[in-house]
Design a binder for this molecule. Structure first.
Ligand code: HEM
Length: 412
């Protein structure tokens, strides 16, 4: 969610590299329909005429994600977030500065913090699915996944009670505004601008308040850091961290739940394994991993070679831009037998949460939310109301725009 004064236009770059318009309906509906022909032509590493690399192999993507010779490059004084704050979020910062910034909020994502949140998440799911049962027909995106992700994110950030409704709207616009393929309609742009101003004003106020001595929320931790006498956290950096958590943790989780349920409903033969075993928590947990592999909500990561390097046998000169197609890595035939088949018992590794120093901080949270929501919904024997779905305009994140379902029995 950070741009520099001289941004690389990711969408244009990818469009040239995979030789297609990534904003097109066809690409959004089926990115693998573009990356698989590229893999057949070029193998795991595709070099474009401009010298940039597109990585399609699991091993190659994993290597780059882990190797410190690939990163985002030094921060500059000109770094500015999409919403105008002079900072660079840690998603786009290299170690060791990255580790320092990530460490400031990681306390909100520990196993203990997750265990504390679990009963609240269970309650949110129960309430939302209960309401869905009363209405029978709902949109999974708007009525279930978004309110769940927003409530959980509000808790993790430590927003004051009652703020949630406002937060949903602001977060959505904020995330939309961070996408390089954002809406260009004037009305949409104006709404995004208002949300950005609102976000910066609100979070600046929250972060400046007297810190709670022992609170574990993100805002508590950052507010303590700002108030510290020695080496205080910069306010701009703290706002950027909150912005990044919203950018990274909101639509992605919505995507996992909505894409996941859509995948289950459009693969009845495969998903029938959950009918007999849905009471078995492990079966759904394993299924969630396969859904992450099969339809990753984040399908692209980008790195730059910080020094001359290599990926496998391929020489990579310093400055080369590498686009990691996570969706393609997750379908690598060298790693997965029959990679285009959904196998909910497959389990195993995937790159949907990245790897290495930038491995998704919210992965346990996202897994928990998806597991609880999908289990509850599946027990209500959902059916698709609309067969055809369209996909969001997002460039890095990809999810079904809406997903209308009907619950046919009372969810457990
Ligand atoms: C990083 C995916 C949910 C917070 C990442 C990355 C991926 C990812 C692929 C690595 C990006 C890169 O290396 O360039 C996802 C998916 C999610 C999800 C698919 C949902 C299914 C969440 C949630 C949160 C979160 C719920 C927090 C509330 C973060 C943060 C980073 C990150 C802070 C940056 C970590 C760093 O740079 O050290 N996520 N994410 N994510 N994610 Fe997630």
């Amino acid at each position: 969610n950070t741009r520099t004064a001289d941004p690389v236009s990711w969408p244009d770059l990818i469009a040239q590299q995979v030789n297609c318009d990534t904003a097109s309906e066809a690409y959004r509906a089926d990115p693998n329909g573009f990356t698989e022909p590229l893999r057949s032509r070029s193998g795991a590493v595709h070099r474009t005429p401009s010298g940039a690399l597109v990585l399609l192999g699991h091993a190659e993507c994993a290597e780059v994600l882990r190797d410190p010779r690939f990163g985002h490059g030094a921060a500059t004084a000109r770094d500015i977030t999409a919403y105008g704050v002079p900072a660079r979020s840690f998603l786009l910062t290299d170690p060791p500065d990255h580790d320092r910034q990530r460490g400031r909020v990681s306390g909100a994502f520990t196993a203990r913090a997750g265990a504390r949140l679990a009963p609240r998440i269970e309650q949110y799911v129960l309430d939302l699915v209960g309401k869905a049962w009363q209405r029978r027909e709902v949109d999974v995106v708007a009525d279930l996944a978004r309110p769940l992700a927003a409530s959980v994110l509000s808790d993790v950030l430590g927003l004051p009670p009652g703020y949630e409704h406002h937060f949903v709207e602001m977060a959505e616009l904020l995330v939309r505004g961070m996408d390089p393929q954002q809406d260009t309609a004037p009305a949409a742009r104006a709404a995004i601008t208002r949300a950005r101003t609102d976000f910066v004003r609100t979070f600046t106020q929250l972060l400046r308040r007297t810190p709670d001595g022992c609170g574990t929320s993100v805002i508590d931790q950052l507010a303590r850091g700002i108030a510290r006498k020695d080496d205080p956290v910069k306010l701009s950096e703290a706002v950027a961290t909150c912005g990044q958590l919203i950018a990274a943790g909101y639509e992605t989780t919505v995507g996992l739940i909505a894409n996941g349920l859509h995948t289950l409903l459009t693969h009845p033969e495969e998903s029938s394994v959950l009918d007999t075993t849905h009471a078995d928590a492990d079966a759904m947990a394993t299924a969630v991993e396969e859904l992450l592999r099969y339809e990753p909500p984040v399908h692209i990561a980008v790195r730059t070679a910080l020094t001359d390097a290599q990926v496998g046998e391929v020489t990579v000169p310093r400055g080369t831009i590498l686009t990691l197609m996570l969706n393609a890595a997750n379908r690598d035939p060298l790693v997965y037998a029959d990679p285009h088949r959904l196998d909910l018992r497959r389990g195993g590794r995937h790159l949907a949460f990245g790897l290495g120093p930038h491995f998704c901080l919210g992965a346990p949270l996202a897994r928990m939310e998806a597991h609880l929501m999908l289990s509850a919904l599946w027990s209500g024997r959902p059916e698709l109301v609309e067969e055809r779905v369209t996909y969001t305009f997002g460039f890095v994140a990809r999810r079904v725009q809406r997903l209308r379902i009907r619950l046919t029995q009372r969810p457990k």
